[in-house]
Design a binder for this molecule. Structure first.
Ligand SMILES: Cc1ncc(COP(=O)(O)O)c(C=O)c1O
Length: 419
């Protein structure tokens, strides 16, 4: 359903939430229009290395990580408080407080930011985005079925499809702009194809599908009676000028042929809290979920649900700041690649804090991820993991401090110059 205005048509005034404590900048000044940035306290390298997450722990201490999609920014205070409040109260019993409110907060957020008004009673909670994707695939498809991926693509999509005994139907994006070729998509579908698994905004290229691309996908879904699984976890992290449009709002029918999956995890840096939502618009798929045995899906943990609820009710200013911070880092990377990494392919991402870099023109003697790991002590994501056309590429994560991003590029540029 498309709503005419960002606030949506529904009366959300009955929405019952705990009042916000408000956000105060670390320097003590309240965030205001004239003093807006709340995220300028990116953690130092020492602080980052003290965290338990995989980003800063997988590799030796002389390596700077820019691979897995976690941000080096601290998560917002209101999300941290959601967890510490529970801990301080020892409030770890069975709880419906956030779990019960999260579907409505998700719908309200989508209406406000993306002009989509999902049905609250069609929202189901999952432990994480991939949890929802693997269930949708498992319930809707048979072994051997084809599932379309627009490659290069977030590697777990490939792993989930192949691990479930289904088949990847590879539809490569056009490397000149990473756009979808509608004819290529239409030609890839045969009678064994049952799903399109979409990532929009797109990981790793940062593309945001435009109107003709969205309509081409919707057309193919309708013509071939496919299920559309749309992973929109990056939808809140668009850069200026790009607009994320949920696939559920495209055309009149596609919403009933799809499942949309999202989470506060990417925009608010909460991946370890494990909490995601899925809007199951397809009645057939919803019936299959309903037919699962009780407790089959498990239940999300209270800390993740409480934190996500805070984000989708109090996260407006923090997100605005974070988006502008991430756009600065994207622009920093663009400038540095142009000036210091000549011959490297870079197409400006429209969303995410990722970028897809093409080193094929440099004639490195190995995959660039490996080469830079050894020669620059920088950890990037290897291109071949993103599908059959990823050789010679790496994905870089730019959600760090300007200083660390400069150090990463300095190290890479020096290694290339010294080779
Ligand atoms: C497109 C996409 N989907 C899903 C995920 C993972 O989400 P989760 O940890 O909630 O499964 C990521 C993580 O980077 C991602 O980029």
């Amino acid at each position: 359903m498309v709503v005419p205005a960002p606030t949506g048509a529904k009366d959300w005034s009955s929405f019952d939430l705990r009042p916000s404590d408000g956000y105060v900048r670390p320097d003590g000044a309240p965030a205001t229009a004239s003093n807006p940035r709340m995220v300028d306290t990116v953690r130092t390298e020492t602080e980052l290395r003290a965290l338990t997450g995989i980003k800063w722990n997988r590799d030796p201490n002389d390596v700077i990580p820019a691979w897995v999609a976690d941000m080096d920014l601290p998560p917002p205070d209101f999300a941290v408080n959601a967890v510490t409040d529970l801990a301080e109260r020892g409030d770890f019993g069975y709880s419906r407080h956030a779990v019960g409110r999260l579907p409505e907060s998700f719908c309200r957020w989508q209406a406000r930011y993306h002009r989509w008004e999902p049905e609250v009673d069609q929202v189901v909670l999952f432990n994480d985005v991939l949890h929802a994707i693997v269930h949708a695939i498992w319930l809707h498809t048979d072994p051997g079925d084809g599932i379309v991926l627009l490659t290069p693509i977030y590697p777990p999509f490939i792993n989930v499809i192949e691990g479930a005994g289904r088949r990847v139907v590879d539809v490569p994006l056009d490397p000149d702009g990473w756009r979808l070729d509608p004819e290529r998509l239409a030609a890839a579908i045969d009678e064994t194809t049952s799903v399109i698994l979409l990532c929009n905004p797109h990981n790793p290229t940062g593309r945001v599908l435009d109107g003709p691309e969205r309509e081409a996908i919707a057309r193919v879904v309708e013509e071939h009676d496919l299920l559309l699984i749309s992973d929109e976890v990056w939808g809140d992290l668009t850069h200026p000028g790009a607009v994320h449009v949920p696939m559920a709002t495209v055309g009149s029918d596609v919403g009933r042929r799809m499942i949309t999956i999202s989470s506060a995890s990417k925009a608010f840096n909460l991946a370890g809290l494990r909490c995601a939502v899925a809007h199951i618009g397809s009645p057939q798929l919803a019936a299959r979920f309903d037919a699962l045995p009780p407790h089959f899906l498990g239940a999300v943990g209270t800390p993740g649900a409480e934190a996500a609820l805070r984000c989708w009710t109090e996260g407006h200013e923090w997100l605005a700041d974070t988006r502008s911070y991430l756009t600065d880092r994207r622009d920093q990377l663009a400038k540095r690649v142009e000036e210091d990494l000549p011959g490297v392919g870079f197409q400006t991402p429209e969303a995410t804090y990722l970028a897809w870099l093409d080193f094929n023109g440099l004639g490195l003697d190995r995959e660039p991820q490996e080469w830079f790991f050894d020669n620059a002590r920088v950890a990037l994501s290897p291109g071949p993991d993103f599908g059959p056309h990823g050789a010679g590429f790496v994905r870089i994560n730019t959600a760090t401090s300007p200083e660390l991003l400069d150090t990463i590029i300095d190290r890479m540029a020096t290694a290339v110059a010294d080779r």
